[in-house]
Design a protein around this ligand. Structure first.
Ligand SMILES: [Zn+2]
Length: 308
């Protein structure tokens, strides 16, 4: 089976046709911006899908990673801080109708975590905290090798964990969130770009992230922490600074958890979205079984990851 994986971001839409092994068979990109609302996004998806149907061939399902709050089971994109004009959009239904295939929508970091799990298939971690450090910081929680989305779907919001109550105001309106100290945007604000960060600023950002991770380690006690996103390209010296703080600040029994850089690359969000679509399509009960099937409740959604 092949699926169209879509990673909708604040600067681009990445569309990939992906097979069940997570291999990318074809790729199309369309530019986006903060003003990319639901209608424009659907237009871009249709254009990318048409291009890929032409160049790579047909696909049987589609999945989209959305940069914001998502109700996975309902297929609704609730809100985004990166894109304007999104409020409770039934995106999965709209794309399913437009593309004429089954469609799922999930948070973009959840999608990237699914791609990361695929890369680690030979040795599944069991439990994993995946943290994407980009312009903002997002997280995904994996328990028993499946996403844990939380009661209302926002589990993993580590970027809005309070580190310093007297700190800078975050986009969420609160003060001193991890986002304001350790994200790519926070680093850029300090030194005009993460690439040119002097050692001290890099160390401060890494320390803040380490404190956030230590709190998460105490709470979740995962078998593995994986750091991805654009900032993770800073590489080993950043990773080592983050990990050293996380280990020293965490409860001793939680501290020894391995903290690694992501194995899934640039296409992770699109690949993960496609894999979620394939999973939903291959494990779901036959459609048109009435309202329960349409809303994807646990009894009729088969292997869809239950919202625990
Ligand atoms: Zn915040």
């Amino acid at each position: 089976m092949r699926a169209l994986g879509l990673d909708l971001g604040g600067s681009k839409l990445l569309a990939c046709v992906v097979d069940g092994d997570g291999t990318v068979l074809g790729r199309a990109i369309r530019p986006t911006g903060r003003a990319t609302g639901p209608e424009e996004a659907r237009r871009l998806v249709m254009a990318a899908a048409a291009e890929l149907r032409e160049t790579t061939g047909p696909f049987d399902a589609a999945g989209l990673g959305f940069p914001g709050e998502v109700d996975f089971r309902a297929g609704v994109a609730r809100a985004s801080i990166m894109l304007d004009g999104w409020r409770d959009v039934p995106l999965a239904d709209q794309l399913a109708r437009a593309l004429d295939v089954r469609c799922v929508v999930d948070n973009d970091v959840n999608a990237a975590a699914v791609a990361e799990l695929k890369c680690r298939e030979a040795e599944p971690p069991g439990s994993m905290l995946f943290v994407a450090v980009g312009t903002g910081i997002g997280g995904a929680i994996v328990i028993d090798n499946r996403l844990w989305r939380g009661h209302t779907g926002i589990a993993g919001e580590i970027g809005n964990m309070t580190i310093d109550r007297e700190g800078l105001v975050c986009w969420c309106g609160r003060r001193g969130c991890l986002n304001t100290l350790a994200s790519g945007a926070a680093m850029e604000q300090r030194r005009g770009g993460a690439e040119s960060l002097p050692e001290q600023a890099l160390h401060e950002a890494a320390t803040a992230l380490g404190i956030g991770l230590a709190n998460a380690l105490n709470l979740l006690n995962p078998a593995l922490v994986v750091l991805g996103g654009g900032v993770a390209r800073l590489g080993p010296r950043w990773l080592e600074a983050v990990a050293a703080t996380a280990r020293s600040e965490a409860f001793p029994a939680a501290g020894p958890c391995p903290i690694e850089l992501a194995r899934a690359g640039y296409d992770a969000g699109a690949i993960g979205a496609a894999l979620l679509a394939i999973e939903a399509t291959t494990t779901a009960a036959p459609p048109a079984r009435g309202a329960a099937a349409a809303t994807g409740t646990r009894t009729t959604s088969g292997g869809l990851p239950p919202a625990r």
